[in-house]
Design a protein around this ligand. Sequence first.
Ligand code: TRP
Length: 459
Amino acid sequence: MSKVNKTHAQWSNRFAYILAATGAAVGLGNIWKFPYIVGENGGGAFVLVYLFCIAIVGVPVMIAEVYLGKKGRQSPMRAVATIAKQYSVSNCWKYAGGMGVAAGYLILSFYAVIAGWACAYVLQSATGQFDNATPAQIQTGFAELTSSPLTLIGWTTFMLAITAAVVAKGLQQGLERCVRYMMPAMFILLLVIAGYSASYGDFSQALSFMFEPDFSKLTVHAVLEALGHSFFTLSLASGVMIMYGAYLPDETSIVKTSIWIAIADTLVALLAGLAIFPIVFENNLTPSAGPSLIFETLPLAFGQMPGGQIIGTVFFVMLVFAAFTSAIALIESSVAWFVEKKGYGRVASAVLSATGLWLLSLLSIFSFTGATWANFDIMSLQFSLFDVIDKLTSNIMLPLGGLLIAIFVGWKVRQNDLAAELKLPENAFKLSFILLKYVTPAIVLIVFIYMTRIINLFK
Ligand code: TRP
């Protein structure tokens, strides 16, 4: 996985690709972010819109991105540029790929901070700090962690350093092998935790919260958030799927693998919700607690279930790993950019990239520690630099990137070429093509236009 523009580098088989792409897709977005945005946006109706976005927008865009990678066989910008040239369309389309690289970079700047929280929780869990703890104690513990800049900087530095080290050394292959066991294990563990939550927590209220849509709670902003998150969670519009597609063996079906990745990703997110919300309702916690949600709920379950100290520790280790495999994919495109564009070596590129990320991560860290320069109150809207980076990427850059990719593949690539590659039955192809060409751009545009009219993109 180290040389992006080697045309002959390939995944050893279809399964290796699915695992690596699922490893990139499944991460903090599923286990940390999904539950808290479901909580913030009122539950069922949001989940329904989210599932709709994954199926109608996410999967077609994923197919388009992997197609671009497979045909272009290079890093995102170059792959798009090559294909643009082939169809004699403007070279500017390559910036759709370039924006993805920038979005990935910004995402990693806060992703590493949250992964750092998970690292801290591994230690806390292993040392028994959650044993029989009350909700108040756990909340205080979380507040202490997130208000201590030095601790946060320490863990973030650790995450960025190991990410850069692995990418510099090109050790991903070894890591992918490790993930092969971690991913299924994590799935099983989530099932166990969800099972425990179901019996100990208020499962029926959790079920009705997550799956009984109450459309009166759905705002336009929630729709944008669901759309943005469907891109975030599938790792779309951030360069990686184009990059991974570049290594896809010729005979692998883009459509089938994309659907599998989307299903696996969605299942993990839903399971995380089912593990968390029963605990929330049982303990009268607020579902709309925000980014702290899983860190304030799961420890409660671990503190009370038999063997919770071990299960909790293993869970947070896996969460760190899930974040880590995503972090590696996130940093890869910026490292590749330094290597290709600037001609630096891999090690120098990884160090440069990580240093920039470290500086950027300070913006998020100080947002959490409450530093006034990182938190604003403008026109009664309260937001932090973390909110700005999070919303700028998820709610603006990713949907915009997805829109451009859908337009590029739907309108600029010759339909017959796409059909020849996707090898779908005629009606299925027609349907996917219509989704990509008309439905995806229309949905993203409509949501954008609505949002700019009420200008609360950053809410
Ligand atoms: N999908 C990842 C998650 O849900 C986050 C992510 C977004 C990502 N874009 C990416 C990961 C690009 C790797 C590469 O946690």
